[in-house]
Design a protein around this ligand. Structure first.
Ligand SMILES: [Fe+2]
Length: 442
């Protein structure tokens, strides 16, 4: 697991999360801008189309009102001139048809090329003959080929407002207008996206500063918590021996096994805390039993067993230490049963307690005691093997067997600052650098 100083970790996490958030917001904002703009501009073009067809029908009405000819004839004459107007540079009508009240064509005009005219007429014929009320215009966009056309329908009225004909036409948006629309939409969408990233960039140092303050505060809290473990572990160690080297060694052994069997970072933290504090409950055992040089009798052993309960009480009061109770409570259980305090077996015993049981015995056998000399590596492993499947979890013992020699050479019988430094590097790896709260958002 790669580790970083906490401040760097915060910086990286913030950079990644803000980057993702800003990108998502920019995509959404850009999309909404695009859709809104497109709708507004299409509306604008539709308005041009409406104005165009109104202008055209006005001209038709003027013609058949002013001239003494049949209105349909006036209509044909106007359209035959082929001067369908360009509408405000937005485009022009490319196909127009006028109908009588029976929907029969009375006049038509086309300024599109032949191929397109056929397509437009075919499309127009396929549209239902539904006409709006006088004064109203029906507009819809129909893509033909790869170009959008506005299809407009309106009644033509005389000056008294009576319907004399109906008009339907296709309005083609000019290529200049199409390019202008595209440019406007792209420019506005890019502007919105740029604003999102700019705001994010401005917020970044503010948020980073706040996050770093929280990270610094968390670090100092973590240091205080780790000092609590160290003080508690040392306090009991000083009661029954001169040093707390046993706590450091068993914690290092346990952490190495934990890594070998692939415990999660969270399990590693629990294992490290629990290993260091496994015998904290001995603080409640009377001196005459705790420090008795000889073998304990049955009643004394029963009192000694209560160190597990004392440990649970002590660690259980601290929320930060509470998870370590799994090691404190179960480190004297045996894989096939027969241990204490609950006489549970197999996988009922938490894996971190099963790991710790191996390291506790390994260190006891390889260490000097007032009543015994240390055993060498081979003798120690032979005894552990005898407990395989009874005292110890066979799979975990096998995993330990793969690293036991190197651990023995590196730590067995060692005391002093080197152990402390080794443990600090584990703590840096699993506690200081973790800040798992930020990583997992829990
Ligand atoms: Fe113990």
């Amino acid at each position: 697991m790669k580790t970083y100083p906490l401040r760097t970790f915060v910086h990286r996490i913030l950079l990644i999360r803000l980057g993702i958030a800003a990108t998502l917001i920019a995509i959404c904002a850009g999309f909404i801008t695009y859709v809104t703009q497109e709708r507004q501009i299409r509306q604008q073009v539709a308005d041009f189309g409406r104005k165009g067809i109104v202008a055209l029908t006005d001209r038709v009405r003027d013609a058949f009102v002013d001239q003494p000819m049949h209105p349909y004839e006036a209509l044909r004459q106007i359209l035959t001139k082929g001067d369908i107007p360009v509408v405000y540079h937005a485009g022009r009508f490319v196909e127009v048809q006028f109908y009588d009240k029976t929907s029969a064509i009375i006049a038509e005009s086309s300024v599109s090329d032949d191929e397109q005219a056929i397509e437009l007429r075919h499309c127009m014929a396929s549209q239902p003959f539904v006409f709006p009320q006088p004064g109203q215009i029906q507009v819809k966009t129909i893509p033909i080929g790869r170009k959008p056309f506005l299809f407009l329908v309106m009644p033509v009225t005389d000056r008294q407002g009576a319907v004399v004909a109906y008009a339907r036409g296709f309005f083609a948006i000019s290529s200049e207008k199409t390019a202008e629309i595209r440019q406007t939409i792209i420019r506005n969408s890019i502007t919105v996206i740029a604003i999102v990233f700019l705001v994010t960039a401005l917020l970044y140092p503010v948020i980073l500063n706040l996050m770093r303050r929280i990270a610094d505060y968390s670090t100092s809290l973590l240091d205080a918590n780790l000092e609590t473990i160290s003080v508690l572990g040392s306090a009991i160690a000083r009661r029954d021996s001169d040093t707390d080297a046993h706590n450091y060694r068993v914690t290092l052994y346990a952490a190495r096994i934990g890594e070998t069997v692939g415990l999660s970072a969270s399990e590693m933290r629990t294992l490290i805390k629990g290993s260091f504090l496994h015998d904290v409950g001995k603080i409640g055992i009377p001196d005459k039993i705790l420090l008795k040089p000889g073998r304990l009798d049955e009643s004394e052993f029963k009192v000694m067993q209560t160190h597990v309960n004392h440990g649970i009480e002590i660690a259980g009061r601290c929320s930060w230490l509470r998870d370590s109770v799994d090691v404190i409570k179960y480190h004297h259980e045996k894989y096939s049963g027969g241990g204490y305090p609950d006489n549970i077996s197999g996988e009922q015993i938490p894996v971190i307690a099963r790991i710790f049981a191996i390291t506790d015995v390994f260190d006891a056998l390889t260490s000097v005691r007032p009543y015994k000399k240390p055993l060498n590596f081979e003798e120690t492993m032979e005894i552990l093997e005898q407990g395989k499947g009874t005292h110890f979890d066979p799979k975990l013992l096998d995993a330990f067997g793969t690293i036991a020699r190197s651990l023995y050479d590196r730590y067995a019988g060692h005391e002093g600052d080197e152990l402390r430094q080794e443990l600090i590097s584990f703590i840096d790896k699993y506690f200081s650098a973790g800040l798992e709260i930020l990583r997992h958002g829990s």
